[in-house]
Structure formats: C-alpha cells, structure tokens
Design a protein around this ligand. Structure first.
Ligand SMILES: [Zn+2]
Length: 484
C-alpha cells in the first residue's frame, strides 16, 4: 500500500485535516503531542503496519520510523527552517520510487513560526539565527527558479548545477509579466521610508491605505503614496516578497524583518534591469471599482448607436467592456486598445463616440485618477498570444547568439524550459542547427540506445549511453531524428 504523510503545524490543524480526511472516505491516523500515550502508540503502529492510507502528524511524529512506501509528503504549513523541511520531505520515496512533496503555506504560517521562535528561544544570538533561517524558508516559498537548486545552494552543495527539470518551478511555463515599474515604485518607497519598516506597512503606503499607522508616520505625504492603488495590498506584498526572494530587497533579521535595498536594486531603479514575475491571475470582480456615472453615460451612447444600426447593444460593446472603460478611463485610441473587447475594427466603428465621452468625463472630473497606464491588465487574448509566442522569443534570443543559460537568466525561466522552447520551434519548422548540440558519434550512440530500450524515454536512454552525453544532447538528437 502507498502511504501519504501530512505534516501539519499545530495540534489544531492536525485534527482538522484528520477529520476532513475521514469524512471524505480516507483511512487516516493522527499524531500530536496532545494525545494520550496509548493513542500515540496506536497511531504509530497503524502507520507502521500499513493499516491506514494517511498519517496526519505534527513534526513531533517519530523521525526514527523508516517507512519506505511513503508516496506523498504534504506540508500543511511551513516548517521552521529548511533543515526541518528537507528531513521531513525526505521521508518520501525511500524505496526509490517516484514520490511527491507538496508545501502548502500562507502568510499566517509565517506569523505563527515567528511567534514560535519568539516564544521558544531565549538566547538572543540563537534567536537571531533562527529568524534568519526562517526567512530563508519563507524565501523558498517565493522563489520562481528551481527549488532543488535553492536547497542545494542552502546546504552549500558543490555538486551538479543544472536545473532539476522536475520541480514545480521548472515545470511551470506560465507567462511572466514585466513588473519593472512596480518594482521601481516599491524600491523607492522602501528608500523613502528610511529602510526601517517591513513589507506590510510598505504595501499599505503603496496601496494608499488610510490606516492610522500610515498617517501617524506621515507616509501619506510620500510621493509614492497610493502609486499601486490598483493592486490589492496582498498583491503588493507578494511583489515585495518576490523582490526579497530575488535578492533585490534585503530583510534585516528579527521578529519584524525590515526591508532595505540591496546593491541589486540599483540597476532596477536606473532602468538597466527588467524584473519579471509569474502572476497568478485571479478573476477580479470589477463591479466595485468602476465609475458608475461614467458607465451609465457609456451605456446611453451604446444604446443610441445600437438603435441607429438596428443591432442589439452587446454587438457594439459588452457590459464588461463598458465597465472596463469606466474603470480605466483610457483617453486615447491607443490606450483604448488595451481594454478587453476593443479591437481595431470596433475602435474604427465606434471609438470616436466613446472616446469623446471619456475625454469629457476627465475634463469634468480632473481628480478622478485615470488608470489607463502601462499597468493595464493584459487581456486574456493578449496573454494567450504572448504565451504562444514565448518559445519563439527564446528561439530569437538563441539565434542572436545568446546561450541557453543566458536566455534562461534573462527570461527568468529554467534552462530546461528554454531547451524545450528551442526544440518546439525546430519542430514547427524554424531554422535551427540542432547538430551544434552533439557530435556525429554521440548521435550514433543515442540512436542505437533508442532502438534497444523498451521504454522510449529519456531516462532509460541516458542510462545506456556514455556519461558525457547529457539530457540536452539526447533530446536534441531525438528531435532532429523525428523521434520526439
Ligand atoms: Zn527544478
């Protein structure tokens, strides 16, 4: 039987997960410090004897128990440091079979762990060290590069230095969005706040929050106050955490880590370095954030146009489009094109009428902020278009003489992803000289191995050929020979 091991942070979450699993038809056992000794022994023996599918436990659960058939280790909350994480996650797949580790974390866990450090450690030196380790653990949750690399770096492993190609970051091909402007705003806010505050209040200042603390500290007078008001505080905090994970911002260790600029921040502020971040798109409800009065005017104009042409109103523009117009208030044809549902054709047909209304409105309401800047969200269509072309961007960069490593760094993707981009471009007919990846002798060897192996996959082939033939070369050979 395959086992799953849940590692929860507290007694309470252990019980919650255990009960949820039982309710949903799993056989599970739980283990935490609050149980009677006989209960703990019973749980442990159920786990050891494969009587349950899932074990839910706090980290108090016997580290000495060596079960080989654990297929999943799921952390429900972050451990205090990477040493603990590595040890706990390492309980998966001791029999050598593929196994998965998941880390589910939220901002609340970070607070909880800080609290635990604060409570459990007296010695100020050790306390500071534990805060540093916790910060590195939190950073692990925010990095967007290879997770395995991060762990190896943490433990100063001098071994192989290629992206693993298996972790969620390596496999994630979601499009990165440029956040250079936002990053610059964050960095200059941190600077203006004297590099003495943490991420939560920094996010509040950028959001333009009316919180008492912001006003007490007079941060509402800063020129960057409210510059990112079109984001949620949570989104701003995520960007800050991302900048920390990227090493552009540094945190001073302590219970409330304060932010300061690292030397890496200089090129970003000067506009010499761009910053890209994967953004998980959440469907926003636009309803609260558009100008109702303007929406009504646009709707009136739409009705008039529709009546004139004898078509239903939605043929002109959908309600969603009018709401976006009333939200971002674009004041030129170019800016209007950023709005979802506005294409060149519709702009030619109806654009003038709506643009006049928008311009009149901004004249009447000079204080109504126009949000039609570069921060406009990409329309889904536009995003999809970019996604489709992502591999061609890598291809162009490669053709211009950049190495895979350089492209990976510049685009914030893993080297494996860039390789896949190149091979994809090749199979779509782009001119790429694949033989630069291998020699004739290597090709011969790989093709022979390909014919011999039963399972036509990379790993069994890799095991058959000489050690110096890497995965990239094997992949290139197979692609060139139409076998992949
Ligand atoms: Zn990886």
């Amino acid at each position: 039987m395959n086992l799953e091991l849940f590692i929860a942070l507290t007694k309470k979450t252990t019980e919650q997960v255990h009960h949820w699993l039982q309710k949903n038809g799993y056989t599970s056992s739980m283990y935490h410090g609050g149980l009677q000794e006989w209960e703990r022994e019973q749980s442990q023996s159920q786990y050891v004897n494969d009587e349950v599918q899932v074990m839910v436990a706090t980290n108090a659960f016997g580290m000495g128990i060596d079960k080989s058939n654990v297929r999943f280790v799921i952390h429900y909350g972050i451990p205090m440091n990477l040493e603990a994480y590595y040890q706990e996650a390492g309980r998966a797949g001791r029999d050598g079979e593929p196994s998965d580790c998941y880390l589910l974390a939220s901002g609340q866990d970070f607070q909880l762990q800080k609290f635990l450090v604060e409570q459990s450690i007296e010695d100020p030196y050790r306390k500071k060290m534990e805060y540093t380790k916790l910060q590195q653990m939190i950073q692990y949750c925010y990095i967007q590069t290879c997770l395995q690399q991060y762990i190896l770096d943490y433990f100063n492993d001098e071994g192989a230095r290629e992206d693993c190609g298996r972790c969620s970051n390596c496999l994630d091909e979601s499009v990165k969005e440029e956040i250079t402007r936002e990053a610059q705003m964050i960095l200059s806010t941190v600077k203006r706040m004297g590099e003495r505050f943490g991420s939560s209040i920094t996010a509040k200042v950028l959001k333009g929050s009316k919180s008492q603390k912001v006003y007490e500290l007079k941060f509402h007078h800063l020129t960057t106050f409210g510059l990112l008001s079109h984001f949620t505080e949570k989104d701003i905090a995520s960007m800050i955490n991302f900048l920390v994970a990227e090493g552009i911002l540094l945190t001073e260790d302590g219970k409330f880590p304060t932010l300061r600029l690292s030397p890496e921040a200089v090129p970003v502020l000067k506009g010499e370095r761009s910053v890209f971040m994967k953004i998980i798109k959440v469907q926003k409800t636009l309803d609260e954030s558009y100008n109702q009065e303007l929406f009504e005017r646009l709707r009136g104009a739409r009705k008039k146009l529709a009546d004139e042409k004898g078509v239903p109103p939605y043929v002109v523009f959908s309600d969603a489009t009018l709401k976006e117009l009333a939200r971002y208030i674009p004041t030129s044809r170019d800016k209007m094109l950023h709005i979802k549902g506005v294409g060149e054709r519709k702009l030619d047909q109806f654009g003038e009428v709506f643009l006049d209304i928008l311009l009149d409105f901004t004249k009447e309401h000079p204080h109504e902020p126009s949000k039609a800047t570069a921060s406009l969200p990409l329309s889904d269509k536009e995003a999809r278009k970019n996604e489709r072309k992502s591999h061609l961007q890598s291809f162009d960069a490669f053709q211009s003489g950049q190495t895979i490593k350089e492209i990976a760094k510049a685009r914030g993707l893993s080297a494996v992803t860039i390789e896949n981009h190149l091979f994809k471009a090749y199979s779509e007919g782009e001119p790429l000289d694949l033989s630069s990846f291998y020699s004739a002798q290597m090709e011969q060897e790989v093709l022979t191995a390909y014919d011999q192996v039963e399972e036509k996959k990379l790993k069994p082939i890799k095991e058959k050929v000489s050690e110096e033939i890497g995965y990239t070369a094997i992949k290139a050979i197979l692609v060139a020979n139409g076998k992949l």
